[in-house]
Ligand binder design. Structure first.
Ligand code: SF4
Length: 372
């Protein structure tokens, strides 16, 4: 499907990229939102009213805000919830149960989110940065480098848009509730720490200050920024931590996940252990299975030995190859043997499903195809 994308040329002009993102209530804590209202010459309670429309009722249409005087509604919407993301294109697969959305930000930058409906849950995978500076060679986003961090408002807007799509029954099966959020789209979430943290509060704060979704339903992935994991430990927010490990040995990891030259496998796992201990949450190890690169039996054995007494779960992800890449997914028999070896060490292991393959499902691929 992605190959049928129309040729559309995007122009990225420098001055536009430097434009500041308009401020949005999702950038602020509930207290700061009230201060903002006062600063704008409004009573503090107006901030709560707008928060309630935005987070509780998922409404961005001021015409429906009947508790606010009609002549004030548009102004409040402009001041508090300016439109930060605009849908450029959606592509679907899995009979409409998977939908990838491409968003244009106010400065022309493109980011992606993916909404996936399962029988028991609906998950959105969102982007925390435009591009990514981590430079993992197997990843489409990594190839393009980092354009900029997203603001908390831009991150939250992807989530609220997904929640709206669920509530309005846009996915087959009728209206549903957005239940899970994963920070596994474009970007390294812990490299944009403050905005990601504000977004996490927006997700987990109860209505009217946030979406009221349990921290346990949120997953934050990282390539292993140990300083970020250490900060997260002290936030008192028990989200699931996902470590994108991809190989258990430093030698290969230095090239597959270049940040490994700063924080080695051992240090990353120690930080994840500390996180698990503090939050009581099992962490996950994400492992892209790449044919003849990281799928050998000796690596499965090393990974099993590393993880056998840890509070960790392994997700094996068949690689979704970047167009033109020399790397591809592991053979099914190698994948099965990898699972068998890990399980022989008592390490819980799941082979992830590969939702969204035919729609440039891996992060960054739709944006890359679109720009081309
Ligand atoms: S795999 Fe993740 S961390 Fe690595 S370059 Fe891609 S988006 Fe960034």
């Amino acid at each position: 499907m992605g190959n049928d994308l129309p040729e559309i040329k995007l122009v990225f002009d420098e001055p536009k990229l430097k434009k500041k993102t308009p401020r949005h209530i999702a950038d602020f804590s509930p207290e700061q939102r009230k201060d903002l209202a006062v600063e704008l010459g409004l009573p503090a309670f107006r901030a709560n009213q707008v928060s309630n429309h935005y987070f509780t009722h998922l409404s961005s249409n001021p015409q429906t805000w009947s508790d606010i005087p009609a002549d004030l509604r548009e102004t409040l919407a402009e001041l508090f919830i300016p439109k930060l993301i605009e849908l450029v294109r959606s592509v679907t697969c899995d009979n409409g149960m998977t939908r990838k959305d491409l968003w244009r930000l106010h400065d022309g930058v493109l980011v992606e989110s993916v909404l996936m409906r399962y029988t028991d849950r609906t998950t959105v995978c969102i982007s925390s940065q435009a591009g990514c500076g981590m430079n993992c060679p197997f990843c489409a986003t990594g190839q393009a480098g980092l354009t900029r961090n997203l603001t908390a408002g831009e991150i939250t807007e992807q989530i609220v848009a997904a929640a709206r799509s669920c509530a309005s029954g846009e996915l087959p099966g009728g209206p549903t509730r957005l239940s899970n959020i994963v920070f596994m789209g474009m970007g390294e979430p812990l490299a944009n720490y403050n905005s990601v943290m504000r977004s996490l509060r927006n997700i987990t704060d109860p209505n009217p200050h946030g979406l009221g979704i349990s921290a346990r339903s949120v997953t934050v992935s990282t390539v292993g920024l140990v300083n970020g994991i250490e900060r997260l430990i002290n936030e008192g927010l028990p989200v699931t931590l996902a470590i994108s490990l991809h190989t258990p040995d430093d030698e290969l990891r230095n090239s597959l996940v270049p940040i490994n030259s700063r924080w080695k496998v051992k240090e990353v796992l120690q930080a994840a252990d500390a996180y698990a201990e503090k939050t009581g949450r099992r962490y996950s190890i994400e492992y892209a299975m790449i044919k003849d690169i990281n799928d050998q039996t000796w690596r499965a054995d090393l990974l099993g030995r590393l993880l056998k007494n840890r509070n960790a779960h392994v997700n094996l992800i068949p690689l979704n190859p970047t167009p033109g890449s020399k790397w591809t997914a592991s053979r099914p028999e190698d994948e099965a043997e990898f699972v068998r070896i890990l399980e022989s060490y008592g390490v819980p292991t799941t082979v992830r499903d590969t939702r969204g393959r035919e729609i440039e499902g891996a992060c960054g691929q739709l944006a890359a195809a679109f720009i081309k």
